[in-house]
Design a protein around this ligand. Structure first.
Ligand code: SF4
Length: 630
C-alpha cells in the first residue's frame, strides 16, 4: 500500500449519515425522499459480496471500507473544488460504480485504493468500456465517462483517504480523453430529432384535448356505477355486467376535421385504463417538451399549480407553472420555481387534475402523478407517484406505438428518455429558424415571449444555458450558410452576399474562424424570424425590437422585407412560395374588396422579389441592386 501523504486532511466522520442511518450501519438509508423516488433509490448497501465470497463489511476489509465510506461521504459534504455537493440519489449512483470498481480490484488481488495506480485505473476503464449492457449494446460514452469521473474523484479526494491512489489516473489530462466522452450536452442528453419531436408533441397535444375529456367522463361514469352497485351489496357479476355494458356502449367523439371517432369502441375496464394511461403520458410529453422542466420537477407537481402573472407592460397575462427545482437547490425540499406555461401546458395540468382527483382523494395527497396499481380503474391498494423509470418504459413500450411515432433517419425506433423533453425544449426555444416546427411555432413563440418579458421570473440558469447554447449553435451555422450561399434574399442577405469573400465556397477552417470572430467580437445572436434569418441589430430593427430581440407584435413578413436585418436563403423558399400561392389565389377571388386585393398584390410583389433574389445569379442581382440604388 502507498504511504499516507503528508498533506492528508483529517475527515470528521459523522455519527449519523441521515435521520435513519448511522455511519457504522451496513446500509446507509439517506434522507431526501421526494415524489417519483423510492426509498430503495436512496439506499446504499456496504455489505455487498466480493468475488471471493466475503462481504465488504468483513473485518479483513475494514480499512478499505472506511476509505470507501469516507470517499463517498466526502462527495456530499466536501466535494472536489468546482463540483456540486451530491444529492442523496446521485450519491447512491456513484456508490454503485464504486462497488463495481472495488469488486474488480479485489478480483485482481488488490486490497485498497492505494493499489489503484495509473495503469490499474486505465485497465479498469478498459474493462468497463468492453462491458455489454442487459440490452446487448456496448456501454455508452456517458457511462464510460461516469466511471472515469469516479476514478478521477478518488484522486481529487486523495487527501481524505488513509490509503489513497498513488497517481493521477489521467496524468493531468481530462477524464474525457480516456472515456471518449466529448463533453457536449448533445451527446450526454440527446434532443429528440425534429422529424420525431414535432409529431410526438402534436399528437400528445391532440390527445389531451377532447380525447382526454372523453376518457375522464368514461372512467368517472364506469367507476361511479361500479361503486354504487357494490355499495348496494350486489353480487360481483351484478356489479360488473352493467359497467361493462356502459363501457362498450360509450361513443368516442369525432374530432373537428375528422370523419370518424378518434378511437373505436372498447371493451372492459382494462382498455379504459390503457387509454387513461396514454393520456397521462401525453400530459408528460406536453409539459416536458413545452416547459423544459426536469422529470424530477414534473413528477413533483401538485394540484392547483398554475399561476397567472401580468406582463411587464400590464397589457396581457401570462400563465406560469409553479413547482420546485431539486437538482441545484440548497436542500432536499427543493427551490420553488415558476416556468412559463403555454396554453397546452395549462390544459395538461387541468387534465392531470381530473385524472388524479380520485387518487388524491384516496391517498390524501396533492401530487398530480399518483399512479394506481393493477390494470383496472378502481384499486384500493396504496398509491404513490410513478417513478421516472416507469415513465420511460411506458413512453417507449406503449405511448410511442400508440401515437405511431415515426422511426429515426435509419428506420429504427427512436428511444425516448425523460431528459429529451428538456433538451428539445431548449433547442426549440433557442431555434432562430422555426420553419420546420409547423403548428408548434405558436407554442414556442408564446414561451419565448414570456421568457423575454421584463416581468419574467424564471431563474433556471441551467435551462437558460441550454437555450443559449442552442441559439449560439444555430447562429454559427446560419452565419456560415449566409456567408457561403451564392443566392440570398432580403436586405441584409443582399448586402452579405455582395460583400462576402466566402460566397460560393465550401465551409472550411478559415470560414469557421471568421464566424467565431464575428460572434465573439459582436456577441451576435440571430433573432427569431420564422420566414428567414434575422441578423439582429436593435438600431435597424423595423419591428421596433429592443436589446432583448425582435418585437413579436410587429414582426411580420412584410416588416422583415423592409428591414435591414433580414436575410433569406434557399431553405426558406417554401415559406415564400406558399405565401405567393396563397395571395395569388386571393386576388383571383372576385369576392375580395379593393383594399384586400391591394394588400394581396403588395404581398405578391414581396414574395416575387424574394424568390427572384434566390433564383438570380450573383452578378444579375448586383446589377439589379445597382439600378435600384440610383
Ligand atoms: S423586422 Fe427586422 S429585426 Fe424584426 S424580426 Fe424582422 S428582420 Fe428581425
Amino acid at each position: 500500500m502507498s504511504s499516507t501523504p503528508a498533506t492528508r486532511r483529517t475527515f470528521d466522520r459523522p455519527q449519523k449519515v441521515s435521520e435513519q442511518s448511522l455511519w457504522s450501519d451496513p446500509q446507509w438509508q439517506f434522507d431526501g425522499l421526494r415524489p417519483g423516488l423510492r426509498l430503495s433509490q436512496l439506499r446504499f448497501d456496504w455489505d455487498f459480496q466480493l468475488p471471493d465470497g466475503s462481504c465488504f463489511t468483513a473485518p479483513c476489509w475494514s480499512q478499505w471500507l472506511h476509505d470507501a465510506q469516507t470517499f463517498l461521504w466526502s462527495l456530499r459534504v466536501d466535494p472536489p473544488r468546482g463540483r456540486r455537493r451530491l444529492r442523496a440519489h446521485s450519491l447512491v449512483t456513484v456508490g454503485h460504480k464504486l462497488r463495481v470498481l472495488i469488486c474488480w480490484m479485489a478480483d485482481e488481488g488488490m486490497r485498497g485504493f492505494g493499489t489503484l495506480d495509473r495503469e490499474n485505473a486505465q485497465r479498469f476503464l478498459s474493462v468497463v468500456a468492453e462491458r455489454i449492457t442487459v440490452r446487448g449494446n456496448a456501454v455508452t460514452a456517458n457511462t464510460r465517462h461516469a466511471y472515469a469521473n469516479v476514478v478521477a474523484a478518488l484522486w481529487l479526494q486523495r487527501h481524505k483517504l488513509a490509503d489513497p491512489p498513488p497517481d493521477d489516473p489521467f496524468d493531468g489530462e481530462r477524464a474525457s480523453v480516456f472515456s471518449g466522452f466529448c463533453g457536449l450536452a448533445a451527446e450526454r442528453w440527446p434532443f429528440t430529432p425534429d422529424a420525431i419531436a414535432v409529431p410526438l408533441i402534436s399528437k400528445a397535444i391532440r390527445l389531451i384535448g377532447q380525447p382526454a375529456d372523453d376518457l375522464i367522463a368514461l372512467r368517472d361514469q364506469a367507476a361511479s356505477l361500479y361503486e354504487e352497485r357494490r355499495a348496494r351489496g350486489l353480487t360481483r357479476p351484478s356489479v360488473r355486467q352493467p359497467v361493462l355494458k356502459l363501457i362498450s356502449a360509450f361513443k368516442f367523439t369525432c374530432l373537428d376535421g375528422e370523419d370518424a371517432p378518434w378511437h373505436p369502441p372498447i371493451i372492459g375496464t382494462k382498455q379504459v385504463r390503457f387509454l387513461v394511461d396514454r393520456i397521462y403520458e401525453a400530459c408528460f410529453v406536453v409539459i416536458s417538451y413545452l416547459v423544459g422542466a426536469r422529470v424530477s420537477e414534473i413528477l413533483a407537481l401538485e394540484a392547483d399549480c398554475i399561476e397567472q402573472h401580468r406582463s411587464a407592460d400590464a397589457t396581457e397575462t401570462f400563465a406560469y407553472l409553479r413547482g420546485r427545482i431539486f437538482k441545484t437547490a440548497a436542500d432536499d425540499a427543493g427551490q420553488p420555481h415558476l416556468w412559463a406555461a403555454p396554453q397546452a401546458v395549462v390544459r395538461a395540468i387541468e387534465v392531470l387534475e381530473h385524472l388524479s382527483a380520485p387518487l388524491r382523494q384516496q391517498a390524501g395527497r396533492s401530487q398530480l402523478w399518483l399512479a394506481m396499481q393493477g390494470h383496472g380503474i378502481i384499486d384500493t391498494r396504496p398509491t404513490d407517484v410513478m417513478t421516472s423509470s416507469t415513465l420511460v418504459s411506458r413512453l417507449n413500450s406503449y405511448f410511442a406505438p400508440f401515437v405511431a411515432l415515426p422511426t429515426d433517419s435509419e428506420g429504427s425506433a427512436w428511444r425516448l428518455t425523460t431528459h429529451q423533453g428538456r433538451k428539445t425544449f431548449a433547442r426549440f426555444v433557442g431555434k432562430r429558424d422555426r420553419t420546420g416546427l409547423h403548428a408548434l411555432q405558436h407554442h414556442f413563440g408564446h414561451v419565448t415571449r414570456i421568457m423575454t418579458d421584463r416581468a419574467y421570473v424564471g431563474t433556471d440558469f441551467d435551462l437558460d444555458e441550454l437555450v443559449d447554447a442552442q441559439t449560439l449553435e444555430e447562429t454559427r451555422s446560419a452565419l456560415e450558410e449566409l456567408l457561403t450561399a451564392s443566392r440570398l434574399g432580403g436586405k441584409a442577405g443582399r448586402m452579405l452576399s455582395s460583400r462576402s469573400r466566402f460566397r460560393g465556397r465550401t465551409r472550411d477552417g478559415e470560414l469557421t474562424s471568421y464566424v467565431d470572430f464575428l460572434i465573439e467580437e459582436s456577441g451576435m445572436r440571430l433573432g427569431v424570424c420564422d420566414w428567414g434569418y434575422c441578423v439582429y441589430r436593435a438600431e435597424s430593427a423595423a419591428c421596433m425590437g429592443d436589446e432583448r430581440g425582435p418585437n413579436p407584435l410587429w414582426r411580420t413578413e412584410s416588416t422583415c422585407m423592409s428591414c435591414a436585418n433580414f436575410a433569406v436563403t434557399d431553405r426558406h423558399r417554401p415559406v415564400w412560395q406558399a405565401r405567393l400561392d396563397r395571395n395569388l389565389a386571393l386576388v383571383a377571388d372576385d369576392r375580395l374588396d379593393a383594399s384586400s386585393i391591394a394588400l394581396a398584390r403588395t404581398r405578391i410583389a414581396e414574395c416575387e422579389r424574394v424568390l427572384s433574389d434566390l433564383s438570380a445569379t450573383g452578378e444579375a442581382r448586383a446589377e439589379d441592386d445597382g439600378r435600384k440604388s440610383t
